[in-house]
Write a protein of this length. Structure first.
Length: 385
């Protein structure tokens, strides 16, 4: 494919259901990583690699993504709700038909990546074939969430979609970063679509081409993550924030006597931190958030206008905007608290628990506290406006 003119397609049409309740308000690709919406990290990496044209594929129900990208240097492709029902492979096909027959780098918008040489990656694509960027899985639990590739030289000789940990043939995870030659897109991709095979799971497609000896891998070092769950989102955000050269603390904040602000934090305008609090490390407080006396927040993202009462603790979790966490509340690792939710005093959220928007929850919470219907103020609300 060479290192000349490059164009990239970012697939951003996913619903982000595994990240509910946070993605009930904010599309996954717009969740902040170290204070910046993830899709902007991706666009900047592509621009820095000299990619001339960046296209973003969304569905016509993603008004927030469309609005956010209007003043960014990207081209937007909108697929209808009917087309989006065809799944991720159908979405790729729709975008390719709009773009025409060109060499293409394809990326999933729920990826975060840093450290892959996009030009070298594109130069490694063999004509008539597809290339997958592979990343050594750092944690065993991730194996069951990814496609796993086995390499012989640069050829993928087996591809397992989300295998059991004990059955995985390698620890090379398939990222959502693909290099597709024009010949592959013109001839082999349509043949797959015509075969009647699975159109929703890209991993199934790679198994199909692996069996035909037409799939190659490119192993890279650096940082990569699939922002698929609350845990993976928080772990990624903590990692990227830990690499910040300095904290970003707005001059307008108020900090009470005896409070400690640790390294690698982002604290936006209008935040109020009471006495004897501990904030950080790797914590992002969005604008107008209030932290009550004696409370501790570490490794967490608190969206705008969150209120935390006295003597509460939030650990490695995400709290959506305008939520209220009252006094003496403990939030264990990898929890998600939705927009305008209320956690009553003396409550505890056990690890990986979720409280949906507008819910008032109390006591010991273990699992999901949900509701059935949405509300317009959730649909119309944006943390960046």
């Amino acid at each position: 494919m060479g290192g000349g003119y490059l164009r990239a397609l970012i697939l951003a049409g996913g619903r982000g259901t595994r990240l509910h309740p946070i993605t009930l308000r904010t599309p996954k690709c717009l969740l902040p990583i170290a204070g910046k919406p993830n899709i902007l990290h991706m666009v900047e990496e592509l621009n820095n690699a000299g990619v001339k044209d960046v296209f973003v594929s969304i569905n016509d129900n993603q008004l927030k993504v469309n609005d956010f990208l209007q003043d960014k240097k990207v081209n937007i492709i909108i697929e209808s709700q009917e087309d989006s029902k065809l799944g991720s492979i159908g979405g790729l096909n729709y975008a390719v038909n709009k773009l025409g027959n060109h060499d293409l780098i394809v990326l999933g918008a729920d990826n975060f990546y840093k450290g892959i040489d996009i030009r070298d990656f594109s130069s490694s694509i063999k004509e008539g074939s597809a290339l997958i960027a592979l990343y050594k899985v750092p944690h065993e639990y991730m194996i069951e969430e990814l496609g796993i590739a086995e390499l012989k030289g640069d050829q993928i000789v087996s591809f397992q979609e989300k295998p059991n940990i004990n059955e995985a043939r390698s620890r090379l995870g398939s990222t959502l970063i693909y290099g597709l030659s024009s010949e592959w897109l013109k001839n082999k991709f349509p043949a797959y679509l015509d075969s009647g095979a699975d159109r929703d799971t890209i991993g199934r497609m790679w198994q199909y081409f692996c069996d035909k000896d037409e799939l190659y891998g490119y192993v890279f070092n650096g940082t990569w993550a699939d922002i698929g769950t609350t845990r993976s989102y928080i772990e990624l955000n903590n990692k990227v924030m830990s690499e910040m050269k300095e904290s970003r603390i707005n001059d307008s904040i108020t900090v009470g006597e005896g409070s400690v602000i640790e390294d690698n934090v982002i604290i936006e305008e209008g935040c109020i931190i009471g006495r004897d609090c501990v904030i950080g490390p790797n914590t992002h407080l969005m604008k107008d958030t209030t932290i009550g006396q004696g409370s501790r927040v570490k490794g967490s993202v608190l969206f705008e206008n969150t209120h935390v009462g006295k003597n509460s603790a939030i650990n490695n979790s995400v709290v959506d905007g305008f939520a209220i966490i009252n006094n003496n509340v403990v939030v264990d690792d990898f929890c998600a608290i939705g927009f305008k939710a209320v956690i009553e005093s003396d409550s505890r959220l056990l690890k990986r628990s979720n409280v949906w928007p507008f819910i008032t929850a109390r006591g010991v919470i273990n699992g999901n506290v949900t509701y059935r219907e949405g509300r317009d103020d959730l649909i119309n609300s944006k943390y960046w406006s």
